[in-house]
Design a protein around this ligand. Structure first.
Ligand code: BES
Ligand code: ZN
Ligand code: ZN
Length: 480
């Protein structure tokens, strides 16, 4: 989808229009008929914040934006954008315009974001894709004070979410660990960042025992990708390193998941990888003045002939030994090696993104991201704010030492599962053993893949994490 912007009022003839007012609604320049005016007045009296105006051959709607934007009201605006998207597609309109009538550019961009994100579809495997395709493909915005650079970054942000969603929605029959590296290489060319891909031989020579162990049951080799965007004008001296869980399919391995449904959506177990890949792509495409690196360990997790087994002791990349007591706790095995590897960049902050535990999804559902880690209070505060602004809210879990004790092993340095309680936290504590820098862990098992439509987040792959990461990176780079 393309987004168009011309300074000032543009004359583009578009018959799907969303008028954005602030608290004062001035109906004069909408050229409404008397009955339409009455209708709109009634809606305003009912304090409706979004409504459509029925008119044959056109798709008109009004949003009444609040004077001050809050976490909650910004989210409302995105949802109004999503509602308008539904109306535009139902009316089979190709082009839609958001007209800012005094609501301001911040409110306008929120509406536009909800609208643009809502129009996403994944039709690659549909023979009747042409028929199913949304009618809307051109978006216009008319606002007094938008600047071109800001709108460009906005558009790249939308594109990044689409990229992450596509990657998550691709089944493992297409998206193997090797194919994932092809996608990364393609994005590196398109976005202008550097990508180094380590193959199995290289991973073996580095002795990444965690990644190799998980891969043992697979017919397809593991991969380890290093993505880097390093602009000369970077605001940070030491890079921000992102790590993404790239389990392209999780059967549980020999600790097989029960087949009834629990495996159905495990193609989404690389959503963490998708989020960090899309974010580096966007940081590069936007030319953000931040040095950022992403590490993506990738494999599928299968109960093949040679699969790693409960009871095995694995020597990890950093030399620690791990007793595997459940092969379904594979994400932490591959992330551990990537986290140890991250130290070589002497990072200012490492953030890992992973669909790591059912426990995180169970605790807070799809409504936010479970987080924990060792970064400073200042960093945590900035991260929280970044999350609130884009409504990818963070729920910080306790990270007490007692949880670490639950990982004690009889035979190795640690075991890969904890006890019956605090499953999301013991997973985080496991990872902490492999970190030696300020670090935050983000468990996106809840929001990464959803079965029912949730406004502009859509359904299936949501691109969870991308808007949050980008918002944080933009702030770090001092750009809006
Ligand atoms: N990929 C799963 C976690 C998951 C579950 C993500 C549901 C999305 C939806 C992960 O690899 C896993 O299987 N975790 C286990 C850990 C357990 C064996 C300690 C879990 O959460 O049950
Ligand atoms: Zn698993
Ligand atoms: Zn998994």
């Amino acid at each position: 989808m393309s987004i168009h912007y011309k300074k000032g009022a543009d004359k583009e003839k578009v018959s799907a229009l969303l008028y954005l007012f602030s608290e004062k609604v001035n109906l004069k320049d909408l050229k409404l008929s008397d009955s339409e005016t009455e209708y709109v007045k009634a809606k305003i009296k009912e304090e409706k914040k979004y409504f459509t105006i029925p008119r044959a051959g056109e798709c008109l709607a009004v949003v009444v934006a609040p004077k001050t934007l809050t976490t909650q009201s910004r989210e409302e605006l995105r949802k109004h954008g999503a509602s308008f998207c539904d109306a535009v597609n139902a009316a089979k309109e190709n082009r839609a315009k958001v007209v800012d009538k005094g609501a301001g550019k911040a409110a306008s961009l929120e509406v536009l974001e909800g609208l643009a994100l809502s129009n996403y579809q994944f039709l690659k495997y549909k023979n009747d894709a042409e028929k199913l395709k949304n009618s809307l493909h051109d978006l216009f915005i008319e606002s007094a004070d938008l600047d071109d650079d800001e709108l460009f970054r906005f558009q790249v942000g939308i594109e990044a979410v689409y990229i992450a969603r596509d990657l998550v929605n691709e089944p493992q029959s297409y998206l193997s660990a090797v194919q994932l590296t092809e996608e990364i290489a393609g994005l590196a060319l398109r976005g202008g960042f550097k990508a180094e891909i380590l193959n199995k031989a290289k991973i073996e020579s580095l002795k990444m025992g965690g990644l190799l162990a998980v891969n043992k049951g697979s017919n397809i080799p593991p991969t380890f990708s290093i993505l880097e965007w390093k602009p000369e004008n970077a605001k940070n001296k030491k890079p921000i390193v992102l790590v993404g869980k790239g389990v392209v399919y999780d059967t549980g391995g020999l600790s097989l998941k029960p087949t009834a449904n629990s495996m159905d959506y495990m193609k989404s177990d690389m959503a963490g990888a998708a989020a960090v890949i899309a974010s580096v792509y966007a940081a590069a495409a936007m030319k953000l003045p931040v040095h950022v690196v992403a590490l993506v360990p990738a494999t599928d997790n299968r109960p093949g002939q040679d699969a790693y087994a409960p009871g095995d002791v694995i020597e990890m990349y950093n030399g620690m030994t791990v007793e595997v007591l459940n092969t379904d706790a594979e994400g932490r095995m591959i992330l551990a090696d990537a986290l140890s590897y991250a130290a070589k960049f002497k990072p200012e902050l490492v953030m890992d993104f992973a669909t790591l535990t059912g426990a995180a999804a169970f605790a807070i559902g799809q409504y936010g991201i479970v987080t924990m880690g060792t970064a400073s209070d200042k960093i945590k505060k900035d991260l929280n704010q970044s999350g609130d602004e884009v409504y990818e809210r963070l729920a910080e879990f306790p990270f007490w030492d007692e949880y670490k004790d639950l990982l004690k092993s009889e035979i190795a340095d640690i075991k890969n599962i904890g006890g019956p309680v605090g499953g999301a936290i013991t997973a985080g504590k496991f990872l902490e053993h492999f970190t030696s820098y300020p670090w935050m862990h983000f468990d996106i098992a809840g929001p990464a893949f959803i079965k029912g439509k949730d406004s502009y987040r859509g359904k299936n792959g949501t691109g969870a994490g991308v808007r949050f990461i980008l918002n944080y990176l933009k702030k770090r780079g001092g750009v809006k």
